[in-house]
Design a protein around this ligand. Structure first.
Ligand SMILES: *Cc1c(COP(=O)(O)O)cnc(C)c1O
Length: 378
């Protein structure tokens, strides 16, 4: 079906093709780790103070790199919220790890930090906070637990570019931060991602794992005189054509963020009245978090309400979508899961609805969507 208002439209800022042209015809370097890759990485390091960043072909890849860097192996346990995208868990499962699923807060899809400690065993290696809708988990609490039990923290910051926890950039607090530039995220390159390495001891090995287990990056910097196979790894780096596209987006970061936050606020103001009538709940922004305009969601009172509202919007040409199905109940993990019910994860699975949010969404379209929701018979 063709929707008058789709859920997402990729945003082109204008200079993408120009920079791709530059990469191809001027720089003459289109494989990975070229001029635009370096420009993008520097952009992030300078703006957010990440110690070292490496572009990857996806956020999934960035999390997989963490699993390799941390030598995750069979029997290791990884604490992941159940209400998240597959990749937060998948990257560790590939190394044979067992996922210990954690529940969400009652008023926010983020992992409930107060329930993490009870899940820790001598086998626990990593905690994966996922900053849902770009809103920060309580990182002070998580880092304190990690320190106490000597665990690693991999921030799944896929949705959280340019968002902050008590003033600190998301993705800069854990040992690693993993970002996505998938076309559904704020900053896009079709598929794409980035690993931020905040613990210096991992930088050298991260570069090697990134480049198929070779010391190629060091060789090209003249730091070693032979280029050799030195470790495990894979081909995690994107071509410089993708980085060229991404760089055009990064130059427009402020404009994109401003627009997305305006749309978010417009939804919030427009739907307040319905919240007051008790039919929906609007997103809760934790005190320690900022909102980066990644996603606008509402919570319905029941699965039935949500299904009917989706149909109502669909009949009016608007595509709205529900989000994650709890991973602990997924066809892949269900039979392996032996933990308790995760009440709040299941609750968000049934009640959360995401509304269209993309750069080119016009005021008229926004008003139309809000009015359609207002006309719905709850
Ligand atoms: C989008 C997303 C991912 C995956 O990102 P890719 O770049 O598509 O691999 C992982 N985790 C979360 C929370 C996401 O929203």
């Amino acid at each position: 079906m063709n929707y008058k208002i789709p859920f997402n439209k990729p945003h082109i800022t204008g200079k993408e093709a120009h920079y791709i042209y530059e990469a191809v015809y001027k720089n003459g370097h289109i494989s990975g780790n070229g001029i635009f890759t370096k420009k993008c990485q520097l952009f992030f390091e300078n703006k957010y103070g990440f110690k070292k960043t490496l572009l990857t072909t996806s956020c999934t890849d960035a999390i997989e790199m963490c699993a390799l860097l941390l030598d995750i192996k069979e029997g290791d346990e990884i604490i992941v919220p159940s209400y998240t995208f597959v990749s937060s868990a998948l990257a560790f499962v590939r190394q044979g790890a067992k996922i210990i699923f954690a529940d969400s807060h009652s008023n926010h899809p983020n992992i409930d930090e107060n329930k993490i400690e009870a899940l820790i065993t001598p086998k626990t290696k990593v905690i994966v906070p996922v900053h849902y809708a770009g809103m920060a988990c309580d990182m002070d609490k998580i880092m304190a637990i990690a320190k106490k039990y000597q665990l690693w923290v991999v921030e799944d910051s896929a949705q959280a570019i340019d968002s902050f926890y008590k003033g600190k950039p998301i993705g800069s607090i854990g040992h690693f931060g993993c970002f996505s530039f998938h076309e559904t995220k704020n900053i896009q390159s079709g598929e794409g991602g980035m690993l931020a390495i905040n613990d210096e001891q991992f930088i050298r090995r991260a570069e090697i794992i990134w480049e198929k287990g070779t010391n190629r990056a060091e060789f090209f910097r003249g730091e070693v005189n032979k280029y050799n196979w030195v470790d495990i790894g894979s081909s995690f780096l994107p071509s410089d054509i993708i980085a060229a596209f991404l760089y055009a987006q990064l130059e427009n970061l402020e404009i994109i963020q401003k627009k997305r936050k305006e749309i978010w606020n417009c939804y919030y103001e427009g739907l307040k009245q319905i919240e007051e009538s008790g039919h929906i709940q609007l997103p809760h922004i934790p005190d320690h978090a900022t909102n980066n305009g990644h996603m606008f969601y509402i919570l319905l009172n029941s699965l039935k309400d949500r299904s009917e509202l989706i149909s109502h919007l669909k009949a009016n040409g608007i595509l709205s979508v529900f989000h994650y199905l709890s991973l602990h109940k997924s066809p892949y993990y269900n039979s392996k899961y032996s933990g308790p019910n995760l009440e709040w994860s299941d609750n968000f699975e049934n009640r959360l609805l995401r509304l269209p949010l993309y750069y080119s969404l016009t005021n008229d379209e926004l008003t139309y969507i809000i009015n359609c929701i207002k006309k719905f018979k709850f």
